[in-house]
Ligand binder design. Structure first.
Ligand SMILES: [Zn+2]
Length: 265
């Protein structure tokens, strides 16, 4: 059973309402609305064979994320120059594809998507497996800091089961632990370590909805980070310097820091 948020009803993209039929925008199969009381309403169709093999059924986590973006950007079909098609969870007007990944994804499949989408950001549910979050934050506390403001951490990926799954991703991966800030694994590293930075959830959404066009765009943000890391690697800079990466209003301090300093007393 494939579940989606949108279907075509008389040629128009629609969300489900009780006892309705429509067509899958991807494979044209007949879909039926599922409007129960426990989960968000979906469109359902039977076989995955004919549809997008990459499709991961929506969880409430997916739905909450998608809802942060304009409807026309959600479940958008992306076609490459060879005519291959897939449904992107979100594709922004600036052409960025955002894939929300809840379940485990095999290395080969991850690479296929990394190749297919040229402008891709992954958002990964860090709360799917019980131990990942605690293991991740324990790891972060032990890491070297590459720059002080904002804090960029040098992280040994092998030490976290979650990070190991995302080894050498050439596109940025944002881990969502359900907190105000996401943790971004910055692409660039061919080594056993990766670089990570906390990114306010609101800033990530703002990058991709461009509600404030005066702010720097996502590309500029990523390039800024990559340049810091490449300077660090080629020893052009010393560790722990300050850079301006975020607009000041996003420089928030997380509760975890308070928690940590409290524990040190
Ligand atoms: Zn379909």
């Amino acid at each position: 059973m494939i579940l989606m948020k949108f279907a075509l009803v008389n040629g128009t993209k629609e969300t489900p309402s009780p006892k309705k039929y429509g067509l899958c925008p991807f494979c044209n199969a007949k879909v039926i609305s599922r409007c129960g009381t426990k989960k968000s309403w979906h469109w359902a169709h039977k076989a995955k064979v004919e549809c997008d093999p990459w499709w991961e059924n929506e969880t409430e986590w997916h739905r909450a994320w998608k809802n942060k973006f304009p409807e026309h950007c959600q479940e958008r079909i992306h076609k490459d120059e060879k005519g291959e098609r897939h449904i992107a969870d979100v594709k922004t007007d600036e052409g960025w594809v955002i894939e929300f990944q809840h379940s485990f994804i095999k290395h080969e499949e991850r690479e296929s998507r990394n190749n297919f989408y040229k402008k891709l950001a992954w958002v990964v549910n860090g709360n799917r497996r019980k131990r990942d979050k605690a293991q991740f934050f324990k790891l972060i506390e032990e890491q070297i800091v590459i720059s002080s403001t904002p804090k960029i951490y040098r992280v040994y990926l092998d030490d976290s089961a979650l990070l190991r799954d995302w080894y050498h991703s050439r596109h940025p991966v944002f881990f969502d632990f359900g907190e105000d800030n996401l943790w971004c694994l910055i692409p660039s590293s061919e080594d056993s370590w990766g670089a990570m930075i906390e990114v306010p959830r609101a800033l990530f959404i703002s990058f991709h909805t461009r509600l404030d066009p005066t702010e720097e765009d996502f590309n500029g943000f990523l390039n800024g980070l990559k340049s810091i890391i490449s300077k660090y690697k080629t020893r052009q800079i010393e560790a722990q310097q300050d850079y301006v990466i975020f607009p000041p209003k996003y420089l928030v301090y997380r509760s975890r820091r308070t928690h940590r300093s409290r524990r040190r007393l």
